[in-house]
Write a protein that binds this ligand. Structure first.
Ligand code: ACO
Length: 325
């Protein structure tokens, strides 16, 4: 049994179809929905997002991100003994996207399951994988965030449809004798279900209720900023570290203004915050591992540095993971 788990490789994948704000605004205008690049950039920081083609599922995006992470870790898919996929847009009601992704990687036998914590899904999944490694149940895990949020957007609702995108990010988490994951902190408060949800479900062969995303943006904004500060402080306290020990904040990429407010509360300069929301939009559970992989591959984030990953989303759920890369 190993005392620690550590990230040994990162990967990501974006579907090729990229829409700038101007391109999305032009498409929406044909349906009588009015928006603009100026409005979207000013209120959210988003400039573009990627949308998957019809028929491309979360497991397709996640499998490609996983292959890239495996390559970075110098491992083969057959070395993996645990797969966790964080997603709110699985391929089907069941089986899990993780099982489908496992077969796409050409392996079988290891544990594979999904985690449903919406935009906090990746920090939940990483915390679970860390715990399973520390108890000896797994030694080499793939932890993946994969989403096709374009499938659950209401393109007649300009207050939500401009915010989200599709994509996937992955890490390989391995048992280690040296500390990688230092501490984590997870929370949920189900009384806020209604401020961000897709209320529909499948029943009796039909979709019951509305299967498209609903959000009270201002309520989400206020709640998000408060809980992200709390989660950051709780995680640092568990590890016995200070804000000044963090080299990089890798927050959920929902909105640049939420990230700026969080950084301000933690007295961190925006130079230390990884930002990809401008290019990806909000990819829900995929946003943190996607941002992490972009930062690692660009050379910005380096091995040995201390990172705070923070997620917040529907549920309401929130949490943070502090780690040495
Ligand atoms: N284009 C143009 N105008 C728009 C658009 C749009 N896409 N969307 C809304 N507007 C208009 C509204 O109709 C309104 O017009 P009115 O004043 O004439 O009524 C005006 O802009 C202001 O609308 P608000 O909803 O008050 O805008 P606000 O400044 O609150 O920004 C936003 C909305 C960006 C959603 C903001 O509330 C926010 O950032 N919320 C955080 C939620 C978030 O990021 N969620 C992501 C998912 S949750 C998660 O991942 C944690």
């Amino acid at each position: 049994m190993s005392p620690y788990s550590r990230i040994t490789g990162t990967g990501s994948y974006l579907p090729p179809r990229r829409l700038s704000n101007a391109e999305l605004a032009a498409e929406l205008a044909t349906q009588g929905v009015e928006t603009s690049d100026d409005w979207i950039v000013e209120r959210t920081g988003i400039r573009a997002r990627h949308f998957a083609d019809p028929g491309v599922c979360s497991s397709d995006l996640g499998a490609q991100a996983a292959r890239n992470a495996l390559q970075a870790a110098g491992l083969e898919a057959r070395d993996i003994d645990l797969i966790i996929v964080a997603t709110s847009t699985p391929d089907m009601v069941f089986p899990s996207a993780a099982c489908i992704l496992q077969s796409k990687l050409g392996i079988g036998g290891c544990a594979a399951f999904d985690v449903q914590a919406v935009c906090s899904g990746f920090v939940y999944a990483l915390t679970i994988a860390d715990a399973l490694i520390k108890t000896g149940s797994a030694t080499k895990a793939l932890v993946i965030g994969a989403e096709v949020f374009s499938r659950i957007l209401d393109f007649s609702d300009r207050t939500t449809c401009v915010l989200f995108g599709d994509g996937a990010g992955a890490v390989v988490l391995e048992a280690s004798q040296t500390p990688g994951i230092l501490a984590s902190d997870l929370h949920a408060d189900g009384k806020h279900v209604g401020i961000l949800c897709v209320p529909g479900t499948v029943s009796g062969g039909k979709v019951l209720g509305d299967p498209l995303l609903k959000m009270d943006g201002q309520a989400v904004f206020k709640l998000a900023v408060g809980v992200l500060e709390d989660a950051a402080r709780a995680t640092l306290a568990k590890a016995g570290l200070q804000e000044s020990d963090i080299d990089w904040l890798v927050p959920h990429q929902a909105n640049i203004r939420i990230m700026q407010s969080t950084a301000k509360k933690l007295k961190m300069s925006m130079d230390k915050v990884i930002v990809t929301v401008d290019q990806h939009g909000n990819t829900s559970a995929a946003s943190i591992p996607l941002a992490l992989d972009v930062a690692v591959r660009s050379g910005k984030v380096k091995k040995g540095e201390t990172l705070l990953l923070e997620g917040v989303g529907g549920g309401f759920t929130w949490g943070a993971v502090l780690l040495n890369l």
